[in-house]
Design a protein around this ligand. Structure first.
Ligand code: OAD
Length: 250
C-alpha cells in the first residue's frame, strides 16, 4: 500500500478538506455491516426491516432489530481510522467530515461538526409529534417504546430505505464537497446516492480526489488516486506523513 507525494503536498497546502466515510471505516471496530449475515437476523433482509412500512406493520420486530444493533454499536470502540480523522481535522484550516455511518463512532473518537447523512442510531423520535426521545429501549415484553407526550410510536433517527436525507445536512455536505481542495472517500462502496454524488461534485470543481478502500469501486476510475488497503492503516499513515513530509509511503 502506498500513497503519492502529491497527496501529502496537496493536503499540506489545502485550505479545505472534505472526507466522506462509509461502513468500511467502522469495520475494524467490529461493527457488522448493514447487510451482514448475522445468525440472529439472517431470516430478514435489511431492506425488509429498515423502512417505514415495515415499522408500521411490525414495530416490535423492527425495534428489536435496532435494539440489537444499538447494543452492538455501544460495545465497540473507535479504531485508528476514526482517530486519524480527528488528527487530520487539527492539521487543516477547514475540515468537513461527512459520514454515512449511524454508529456514532466519529463523534465518540472526538471528531467535531460531523455531518451524519443517514442519521444516528443513538437518537430516536416520535413519529407523530416528532419530539426527540433518546432514552428508550424495548419494554420487558419486547414492545416498541411509546412517546411520553402523545403515545406515538418511537422510531430510531436513521434514514430508512425510500426516505430523504436530512436536507440541511446534505446541503452542507454538498457545499463542503464543492468547495474543498482535497476530497477523501474512505470505506464506502460509493454506490448509494445521494452520498455517492459528493466525490463527483468535488471532482467537478477541481478538487484532488482520493479513494481509500480494500477494493476497487465504481468511483476508482474517476478519482486522481485510489489507495488500496485498510482505512485503519492508511489514514494513520497519511497523518504521520503530514507530520514528517518526505516520508510519504509505507
Ligand atoms: P458498503 O457496505 O456498501 O461498503 C463498504 C465499503 O468499505 C466496501 O467497498 C468495502 O470494500 C470497504 N471496506 C471494508 N472494510 C474496509 C476497511 N477496513 N478499510 C477500508 N475499506 C473497507 O457501505 P457504505 O458505502 O457505507 O444506507 O453503504 C452506504 C449505505 O448503504 C449505508 O449508509 C446504508 C446502506 O444501505 C442506509 O442505511 C440509508
Amino acid at each position: 500500500m502506498s500513497f503519492s507525494k502529491r497527496l501529502i503536498e496537496n493536503l499540506g497546502s489545502a485550505r479545505s478538506v472534505c472526507v466522506l466515510t462509509g461502513a468500511g471505516v467502522s469495520a475494524e471496530s467490529g461493527v457488522p455491516t448493514f447487510r451482514g449475515d448475522d445468525g440472529l437476523w439472517k431470516k430478514f433482509k435489511p431492506e425488509e426491516l429498515a423502512n417505514f412500512d415495515s415499522f408500521i406493520r411490525n414495530p416490535d420486530l423492527v425495534w428489536e432489530w435496532y435494539s440489537y444493533r444499538k447494543k452492538v454499536m455501544k460495545e465497540v470502540v473507535p479504531n485508528p481510522a476514526h482517530t486519524a480523522l480527528v488528527e487530520l481535522q487539527k492539521l487543516v484550516p477547514e475540515f468537513t467530515l461527512v459520514t454515512q455511518n449511524v454508529d456514532n463512532l466519529h463523534i465518540r473518537a472526538g471528531s467535531t461538526g460531523v455531518l451524519e447523512l443517514h442519521g444516528n442510531i443513538e437518537r430516536s423520535y416520535c413519529i407523530d409529534c416528532k419530539e426527540r426521545e433518546d432514552d428508550v429501549s424495548l419494554d420487558a415484553s419486547g414492545k416498541v417504546p411509546r412517546c411520553r407526550r402523545c403515545g406515538g410510536l418511537i422510531r430510531p433517527d436513521v434514514v430508512w430505505f425510500g426516505e430523504f436525507l436530512p436536507p440541511d445536512t446534505f446541503a452542507r455536505a454538498e457545499w463542503a464537497a464543492g468547495h474543498c481542495d482535497v476530497f477523501i472517500s474512505v470505506g464506502t462502496s460509493a454506490v448509494v446516492y445521494p452520498a455517492a454524488s459528493l466525490p463527483l461534485a468535488a471532482l467537478n470543481t477541481g478538487a484532488y480526489v482520493v479513494e481509500i478502500n480494500q477494493e476497487y469501486t465504481d468511483l476508482s476510475s474517476r478519482v486522481h488516486e485510489t489507495i488500496l488497503g485498510k482505512a485503519g492503516v492508511i489514514l494513520p499513515a497519511i497523518v504521520q506523513a503530514l507530520h514528517t513530509p518526505g516520508n510519504h509511503s509505507v
